[in-house]
Design a protein around this ligand. Structure first.
Ligand code: DER
Length: 223
């Protein structure tokens, strides 16, 4: 957790007065948002936040970070968010925290995207991490069967009480256990065409900067 805290705090250095900032979701982004709150309180940092989940919204409200919806701003200057896997060619898998739909909406309306990870997230090729797929409830069992037939080893995301997990949009998550993904762009095209798939966790060709927390330092990689 220390690596996540170090990279989350470092990421806040990129935030400047007057920015509209996309506030990511997850255990690493949590530390970034906390640091933004600290800088606002102690240094007078003046920004507007656009959140990527209900839980980040609640955290930002606790920190009294002024917020706007993604639809209330012309664009977002910079979004700082976590990731579950980042490949050598800087493609990402997100959605481990089931927030990838809102995260992708905010990312797609951002001028600059920074991902903050600990070194364990850096991989040669994507796929060891299950690929989250947000699906509408109606027809989700049929989609599940399609994924099974494709050999994608699907599983519904569940709560601790074994009920089906519901996203902020009240949809289901199906996680695909694909193993190494050799052709992510082709997979993205296939998933984008499947009726009932709301959004998948492939974030391809979108990140600008990656901050990697290691035991020695925070490494900055410009893509
Ligand atoms: O859901 C997401 O994409 C989040 O960014 C999350 O999965 C990042 O992981 P973390 O909690 O290890 O930062």
């Amino acid at each position: 957790m220390e690596l996540k805290k170090a990279v989350g705090i470092k990421a806040a250095d990129y935030i400047e007065n007057g920015m509209v900032v996309g506030l990511g979701t997850g255990s690493t982004a949590y530390y970034f948002v906390e640091e933004v709150g600290r800088r606002m309180k102690e240094e007078g940092l003046d920004i507007v936040g656009v959140t990527t989940s209900i839980r980040t919204k609640e955290q930002a409200e606790r920190l009294q970070i002024p917020l706007k919806s993604v639809d209330e701003v012309e664009y977002i200057d910079m979004t700082i968010d976590g990731a579950d896997e980042i490949s050598d060619d800087f493609h990402g898998i997100k959605g481990g925290g089931a927030a990838h739909l809102y995260e992708k909406i905010v990312a797609n309306n951002s001028k600059k995207i920074i991902w903050i990870v600990d070194e364990s997230k850096m991989v040669q090729k994507l796929g060891a991490f299950p690929l989250p797929i947000e699906v509408v409830k109606y027809g989700s069992q049929q989609l599940f069967k399609r994924f099974e037939e494709k050999g994608y080893q699907p599983s519904f995301r569940k709560n601790e009480d074994d009920t089906l997990y519901l996203t902020d949009e009240q949809n289901y998550i199906i996680d695909l256990h694909l193993g190494q993904i050799d052709y992510p762009i082709e997979l993205e095209k296939e998933l984008d065409k499947m009726t009932g798939v709301v959004e998948h966790g492939l974030f391809l060709n979108c990140v600008d900067t990656v901050l990697i927390g290691t035991s020695e330092e925070v490494i900055v990689k410009e893509v």
